[in-house]
Design a protein around this ligand. Sequence first.
Ligand SMILES: Nc1nc2c(c(=O)[nH]1)N[C@H]1C(S)=C(S)[C@@H](COP(=O)(O)O)O[C@H]1N2
Ligand SMILES: [Mo]
Length: 234
Amino acid sequence: MTGTRRAFLRAGLRTGALVALGGVACDSDHPRAGFLGLMERVNERLQRALFDPGRLAPELAESDESAPGDFPQYKIGSDYPAAPEGWALRVGGLVARPVVLSADALQRLQRTRTRVRHHCVEGWSAVASWDGVRVSELARLVAPDRRVRYVEFRSFEAGYYSSWDLESALHPQTILAYGMNGQPLAREYGAPLRLYSAVKLGYKMVKWVTDVSFLPVRTGGYWEDRGYEWFAGV
Ligand SMILES: Nc1nc2c(c(=O)[nH]1)N[C@H]1C(S)=C(S)[C@@H](COP(=O)(O)O)O[C@H]1N2
Ligand SMILES: [Mo]
């Protein structure tokens, strides 16, 4: 570890106590403004410094998969949205070659399976295997600009989105999944495409995805805008 990084982490640990204090009052109408907003920025810097993009979460065995019915179908709405006619994934933002990918085109890209434990902030956890395309593979296709530091994922479910730090989005166990437990993804779990990752809490994993944007600036998220932690690493 370099001297600067050590000094930075020391500073981070000191501010960590402040972050904890800031965390108790997250019910403001503008959680990103003022003191809490500042603390969120400090928190992002600290968590980014601590995040190790090369560390893989343990891949679990098929026998670890939750029984059907034991993987909650968690959502903000009262029903599961259906994909709009002619659904396709848009991948763009500050990139050299934006693309629009149909479900078929996605299936033709390099396929990855990941089976890790899912952690919802509400306290439950469950295990499934997920098949899809790494977000890093999409990044390779579109070639993000050097200024990009965030990736925003948007759902066609009105209002649901989440923005991520670039490193977590490019982690090898962060994928856009179209399959679950060896079957095509069901609508309840986010078909035709949902985000899945070993390195984030459940609310960062946007279901019913329609847009991926590589951005130089940080945006928010459905739960993040309501006071939940933005980084939300596992
Ligand atoms: N579009 C959308 N994505 C979403 C949600 C949601 O309500 N809408 N809920 C999030 C939360 S809080 C969790 S824990 C996971 C749940 O995924 P699951 O339904 O596959 O268990 O989806 C996340 N993605
Ligand atoms: Mo969740």
